[in-house]
Design a protein around this ligand. Structure first.
Ligand SMILES: [Zn+2]
Ligand SMILES: [Zn+2]
Length: 269
């Protein structure tokens, strides 16, 4: 497991976080108001909610890790009201964390376009279709699977619907590093070409997951990517985990990765 050096005194503070969940995804807790209050208390100026989007799988598969399609109106409605109520204290944005499944992506966009969603972030947890494929963060040494992951992220970025890529380093490829770099560099190059930030994920660092991955961020630094720090908060106290946010700043610094705090509102008409 990777360990990142403890940070020096002068780390900058995070003032925008676009990766916040709600209990609708079935694995988060806390009310929207509690997330907002936690953000204000910690100096966050822009708080984006990006709960796990519903997916409209053709075979009717219902996921246990995301909101149901019929929950989307309530999600948006709640946030529209809170955005108005808190407008003098914090900017609230309404996003979704979505997978790019090529066969059903247009259906998803058609559905969510009926609502005032500001942006999407790409969280690719499965390949092609989650009803049949394993979680991409399970250890795997298949080059084909790694190539599919990279191609799918690149194709997803090219739709123009994603403001950034959440935890691009979620894929747990355990084969040779040359093969890893051969495919993962495609993600970095496409993101750079399209000026799409890649996320350094606070939750992963906090929970000692395989991401943020040292080998990935070394590559992103060499290629010259821009990164964004995302809290991926599934509870109000995870809105500002100082030690781990500092750790994400340090990863960026260590590998010479530029950071941004602004994203495009990719779903706004
Ligand atoms: Zn989640
Ligand atoms: Zn997330």
């Amino acid at each position: 497991m990777l360990t990142w050096k403890v940070l020096s005194q002068m780390t900058p503070r995070l003032t925008a976080n676009y990766h916040t969940h709600t209990p609708r995804c079935q694995h988060a807790r806390g009310t929207e108001r509690e997330f907002i209050e936690a953000a204000i208390a910690n100096g966050i100026k822009t708080l984006g909610f990006a709960d796990h989007s519903p997916q409209l799988l053709k075979n009717g598969f219902v996921s246990g890790i995301r909101m149901l399609p019929e929950q989307l109106p309530g999600y948006v409605d709640t946030l529209v009201k809170l955005r108005e109520e808190y407008k003098d204290k914090i900017e609230i944005l309404i996003g979704l964390e979505a997978e790019y499944y090529p066969d059903i992506f247009d259906d998803l966009i058609g559905y969510i376009s009926q609502f005032p969603i500001d942006y999407l972030i790409m969280g690719q947890h499965y390949l092609f279709d989650e009803s049949t494929s394993p979680y991409v963060s399970l250890p795997n040494d298949s080059e084909d699977s790694l190539a599919d992951y990279a191609d799918q992220l690149c194709e997803g970025m090219r739709t123009g619907k994603f403001a950034y890529v959440a935890h691009p380093d979620l894929k747990n490829y355990v084969g040779p590093n040359e093969i890893y770099e051969k495919h993962m560099s495609k993600i970095c190059l496409t993101a750079k070409e399209l000026d799409i930030p890649l996320e350094i994920n606070v939750l992963g660092l906090w929970q000692k997951r395989i991401y943020p991955s040292e080998k990935f961020w070394r590559l992103a630094g060499e290629i010259g990517n821009t990164a964004i720090i995302g809290c991926d908060a599934h509870s109000p106290e995870a809105i500002y985990l100082s030690e781990f946010i500092d750790g994400c700043f340090e990863i960026a610094e260590k590998y010479g990765v530029k950071l941004t705090e602004s994203i495009r509102m990719t779903m706004k008409k």
